[in-house]
Ligand binder design. Structure first.
Ligand SMILES: [Zn+2]
Length: 427
């Protein structure tokens, strides 16, 4: 648009090509920031950017394209702060460690990335992968024709020996070996620093730690603290040196408290969060990423005989259903909440179910939508370019039928997806 006058001087047909805007006629607009939707607006897109939001349905110029979303609600691309694109949990999951190669994970991840984008998620934070596949996938999506969301990745997460993220948990002794910082297993301050620096070298954007036990690891406790204060501080401080922040998986209270005090940016799951942890999180500005869906999913699977190893089953049955209640209490207490699902536990593409659970947990629909748009962008520090539909922002735009403020389930029926000005789905 800016260069219109100059181009007209030099070459008329070039000017026409450069000026071809895409006009999205939106019946209802939820812009990610305002508390009220707007009716009948035009979003004008030029290249990968939104250049204007105009009142009414603007008429197209000769070279413009119109996308008719007059009977839809149009929103910013959604952001999920907790996914695992390299896998999807199944009964055979433990066998995969022994039969899958790096390339197998890579092809699976490409498939799941496409599914995620088509569900309306244009940005994801990947918290734990295999073989750094999501680093390669991030580059491939950014620089080529592979369809997928913009990925912000922690690559392989950090754990302590036998901790939730130790990749050899449950293996036969002769296979276990002694994984170290490169594989994401740290014991002591030196290991902690090396593991963070290794991830920086590999190209990770964030650091993920498993601050307490977890549900799906083949280990007894789902909630014991698994790092010392010194190790946590070494991880957070070293990450800060390299411009990275830390996400902490945590179910148990003590590990959560240590992680928050050490300065992690987010607590994932947060199952046994008590009033003191909530107070500390508010004080430190730590975000809560609830992943209610993952809790529900593991609780359901725990009812199926033989689905989980017997060491995992009681953890899934007890921890799973509690997250819902934790979410309700954390919301009431005013803990900052940002949208995240732990998808990869449940199926890729189902991410929007989390909105339904958040609304059931007491969060108003508009706030739930903002937690996956403007709040998420602010949390990721990309709010200058993402998270809302405003002039100057990236053209990451989705549409759903009906009005999600009346029926939040509509978020599961995304019919239109544009990322950086390019349309990936239009039903
Ligand atoms: Zn996870």
């Amino acid at each position: 648009m800016k260069s219109r006058a100059n181009l007209l001087y030099c070459c008329a047909f070039l000017a026409a090509a450069a000026d071809a805007d895409t006009l999205l006629h939106a019946g209802r607009l939820i812009d990610g920031v305002s508390d009220r939707p707007r009716a009948e607006v035009t979003i004008r897109v030029d290249g990968d950017r939104i250049i204007a939001i105009e009142r009414g349905f603007a008429s197209p110029g000769a070279t413009d394209t119109v996308i008719d979303l007059k009977d839809k609600t149009v929103l910013p691309g959604l952001m999920d702060m907790h996914v695992h694109l390299t896998g999807e949990y199944s009964q055979d999951d433990r066998l995969n460690d022994f039969i899958m190669n790096e390339a197998d994970y890579a092809f699976d991840a490409a498939k799941y990335a496409k599914r995620t984008l088509e569900a309306g998620f244009t940005v994801v934070r990947n918290l734990g992968d295999s073989f750094n596949v999501t680093i390669a996938l991030r580059q491939a999506i950014d620089s080529s024709d592979i369809p997928g969301p913009r990925i912000i990745t922690a690559a392989k997460g950090l754990s302590s020996t036998g901790g939730h993220g130790d990749p050899t948990n449950g293996w036969a002794n002769h296979l276990k070996g002694d994984p170290g910082p490169i594989e994401g297993v740290v014991n002591g301050v030196e290991d902690a620093r090396k593991a963070v620096r290794q991830r920086y070298k590999d190209g990770a954007d964030w650091i993920k730690i498993t601050a307490t036990g977890g549900v799906l690891s083949v280990a007894k406790s789902g909630q014991n603290p698994q790092f010392t204060d010194e190790e946590l501080r070494a991880i957070v401080d070293t990450a800060a040196d390299y411009g990275m922040r830390v996400a902490a998986h945590a179910h148990g209270t003590e590990g959560m408290k240590r992680a928050v005090i050490a300065g992690v940016a987010s607590v994932e799951h947060g199952t046994y969060m008590d009033a003191e942890v909530m107070r500390l999180m508010k004080e430190h500005g730590t975000y809560y990423v609830p992943t209610i869906m993952a809790g529900n999913w593991v609780a359901e699977q725990a009812k199926v005989d033989g689905f989980f190893p017997e060491l995992v089953r009681p953890k899934a049955a007890s921890i799973g259903p509690l997250i819902r209640e934790t979410f309700a209490q954390a919301y009431k207490a005013g803990v900052p909440i940002v949208f995240g699902t732990d998808t990869g536990v449940s199926a890729h593409g189902d991410n929007a179910q989390e909105f339904v659970l958040m609304v059931e947990g007491g969060m108003p629909p508009m706030e739930a939508l903002q937690s996956a748009t403007s709040v998420a962008a602010e949390f990721l520090d990309i709010d200058d370019t993402h998270g809302s539909l405003e002039a100057g922002k990236q053209a990451d735009i989705i549409a759903v039928p009906g009005n999600p403020l009346d029926d939040i389930r509509q978020m599961e029926n995304v019919t239109f997806v544009m990322k950086s000005g390019r349309t990936y789905k239009q039903l």
